[in-house]
Design a protein around this ligand. Structure first.
Ligand SMILES: [Zn+2]
Length: 686
């Protein structure tokens, strides 16, 4: 293929001054093309030359906001790469000269370059007749085409949210060789969640991002995280909700008029009381035909109000209190809950009521789906496979429009082969039972306020295995702890799109592009933390912050490990030969600091417990402290513990908007677990 505009090639820089112009151009293109391009075939399209635009971005004159935004993103990054401002034209007919078509448009149709039969979530990147086409089956897929083009062919990366996480190569000239590819995601739903049971409505909003705002995280921070997700192709299908009974059966509507809707527990209807949080307890009697009808009507109204959604949850609430009426129990298989470890923690507390209730729950979900299909064909009704209904059904066949979402508890335990095998068996059962099945995966949870938990090999193996098993929907419970566990989210996003990718290649690219000469030290830092996690959990035990007393945090993050981690980061700083790389290394520093401060705080609190001051429950703490004071002077231990927890708190408070810690989960852990004793330490020192 001939080389266009050969005479207008960039003037060679001093270093390359002796190279023939043609060869120089080939090198430039090779640099810009990355692994997917083919420099030898020459450039199929020149986008910018010497900082000047050589083409026009074209969107349809009725293009949606999503497509216009995608075009602007392309324009923005092309300018940052080359300095050239490529004009965007919303046109009824094509402008003269080469075009980048973003999304569908009349001129693209007129040129007859549009590939036929593109699936809704697929996109094409294609050069033809001197143009470049970035087109998706829908607007969202068009946006993904733009990001994939920038990433794969021009070398842009979004390692974490915010500008520091962006890798944008610079070159005043930009050209690409012939491209003709179509991509479609392996997982049709790639969602960073979190769903699940959050703080109850009684204490404010139950949705994580709304709650986060209330805690002081800025809208700008949240928007940047959402954009990072888009740029890394998270998204796909739209499925709403998690534990849903608070929404479907609000007590203010039904508690007085229909107490019989609620679960029969110990001979009484468990009608939610004033402390109901809308997410825990408040279960319903799923075999009451009126309950089924209310749920059907609720789902119908949901889809009427949200026609863009593909599915909605009718999942039972978190916690226990399931119905004990004869009609409900008659549907149970009689199987007993055995797999305590993969059940919700609440299940363990109610060992007396430990029958599996999968068949009755999915009988209900089936009936709702059947009712919904009559008015809203093709819409999905979704239920978590969780708690006492985590194992697949024995007697019930799932309706084709029911999606079970298996709560995989979880890849971060898969360092234990036994756990992994067990999870794979349960997952296979669900995949077999349903036409379509999803995963809910805990990359973070209330018992883990976002300390280091690097599990790339396990999450990679898990995602690939799940795809092979037949799953194509995946949601994670996530946080914004990008300076700590960001690599988990980064790799997961890539694999959910394309499970054939090798996670080691993704990591090579991440470290190389983001950290340049400092890459080996950063990789070593991550590997060190990953090995420590594996060693601490390979026997199947978990390292959680469920409670201060039970946590094995200091045993995992030993002084020696933390010292070595610090040394890795220092070395990376020294190796960094570029101010941007140095800043990226510095971004990871506070992540390690958070873990150091947390471990130090736990140790300081333990010293107080060692002299008989039980820090939980709170009342106990004050009583124990007064007694201990009578025996000996424990004020120094108290001062040290208070100081350590306050230091940690001050530190976290500064980082609300920095993508370093999972601020939401730090706070969630404080409220819902017996881990952070700061309130009682403050009271004692009064
Ligand atoms: Zn019942």
């Amino acid at each position: 293929m001939s080389w266009p505009h050969r005479n207008q090639l960039p003037k060679a820089s001093q270093a390359w001054g002796q190279l023939p112009k043609f060869l120089l151009a080939a090198i430039l293109i090779a640099i810009l093309l990355g692994p997917g391009g083919c420099a030898s075939s020459g450039a199929a399209m020149v986008i910018a030359e010497q900082g000047r635009a050589r083409c026009t971005i074209v969107v349809g004159d009725r293009a949606s906001e999503v497509v216009r935004f995608a075009a602007e993103e392309l324009q923005r990054y092309l300018k940052r790469i080359s300095g050239a401002e490529i004009p965007i034209q919303a046109a009824g007919k094509a402008p003269a000269g080469p075009c980048i078509f973003v999304g569908d448009s009349e001129p693209l149709k007129a040129l007859k370059l549009r590939p036929a039969g593109l699936a809704k979530d697929a996109f094409t990147i294609k050069t033809a007749a001197g143009h470049l086409i970035l087109l998706g089956g829908d607007d969202s897929a068009t946006q993904f085409a733009v990001y994939t083009f920038l990433e794969k062919y021009l070398g842009v990366r979004w390692l974490w949210p915010g500008e520091l996480g962006e890798v944008v190569p610079r070159s005043r000239s930009v050209a690409v060789g012939a491209i003709d590819e179509i991509q479609q995601p392996d997982f049709k739903w790639r969602n960073r969640g979190p769903g699940g049971a959050l703080w109850g409505a009684a204490e404010g909003p139950t949705e994580m991002r709304a709650r986060e705002r209330l805690l002081g995280v800025s809208a700008a921070h949240q928007a940047e995280v959402a954009l990072w997700e888009k740029r890394n192709k998270w998204g796909g299908m739209k499925i709403h909700g998690g534990h849903a009974l608070g929404e479907i059966f609000p007590p203010e509507k039904y508690a007085r008029s229909h107490p019989e809707y609620y679960a029969l527990v110990g001979g009484k209807r468990a009608v939610p009381g004033p402390d109901y949080d809308y997410k825990h307890a408040g279960q319903v009697c799923t075999t009451n035909p009126d309950v089924v009808q209310v749920a059907i009507q609720w789902v119908r109204s949901f889809f009427d109000a949200h026609p863009d959604h593909d599915g909605v949850h009718v999942t039972m609430n978190d916690g226990a209190g399931f119905c004990e009426c004869e009609r409900c129990r008659a549907l149970d298989s009689g199987e007993l809950v055995k797999r305590a470890g993969i059940d919700a923690e609440e299940t363990k507390k109610t060992a007396a009521r430990n029958t599996v209730i999968t068949d009755r729950i999915f009988t209900f979900v089936n009936q709702v789906a059947e009712g919904v299909q009559k008015t809203h064909p093709g819409k999905y009704v979704v239920s978590m496979a969780y708690s006492r209904y985590i194992t697949p059904p024995r007697n019930v066949r799932l309706h084709p429009f029911v999606i079970p979402q298996y709560c995989l508890w979880s890849a971060y335990r898969h360092a234990s082969p036994a756990w992994r095998q067990e999870h794979e068996q349960v997952a296979a059962g669900w995949a077999q039972a349903a036409r379509r099945a999803g995963i809910y995966e805990y990359y973070i949870n209330g018992s883990w306020p976002g300390l280091h938990r690097l599990v790339v090999p396990y999450l990679s193996a898990s995602i690939k295995q799940l795809k092979r098993t037949g799953f194509d929907l995946y949601q994670t419970q996530s946080g914004d702890d990008f300076a700590i566990n960001g690599i988990n989210y980064y790799v997961a996003g890539k694999l959910l799109w394309d499970t054939s990718l090798d996670e080691r290649a993704i990591l090579d690219d991440f470290y190389g592009k983001g950290f340049g000469k400092a890459a080996p030290a950063i990789r070593r830092y991550h590997q060190r933390l990953e090995r420590a996690w594996t060693a601490a959990t390979a026997d199947g035990t978990d390292v959680a912050c469920q409670s201060l007393r039970a946590t094995r945090l200091p045993e995992l993050f030993t002084p020696e490990l933390l010292r070595q981690c610090r040394r890795d980061l220092r070395e990376a700083e020294q190796l960094a030969d570029d101010p941007l790389v140095r800043k990226r290394v510095e971004f990871l520093g506070p992540g390690l600091r958070y873990t150091e401060l947390t471990v130090a705080a736990v140790e300081a609190a333990r010293k107080l417990e060692a002299v008989g001051v039980r820090l939980f429950p709170r009342k106990q703490a004050l009583e124990d402290f007064r007694q201990a004071q009578r025996r000996e002077d424990v004020s120094k231990l108290l001062a040290a513990a208070l100081d350590a927890w306050q230091q940690r708190e001050r530190f976290v408070e500064q980082l609300k908007d920095d993508y370093v810690v999972a601020y939401f989960w730090v706070k969630y852990n404080e409220v819902t677990r017996e881990f952070n004793p700061l309130p009682q330490l403050k009271e004692m020192s009064r």
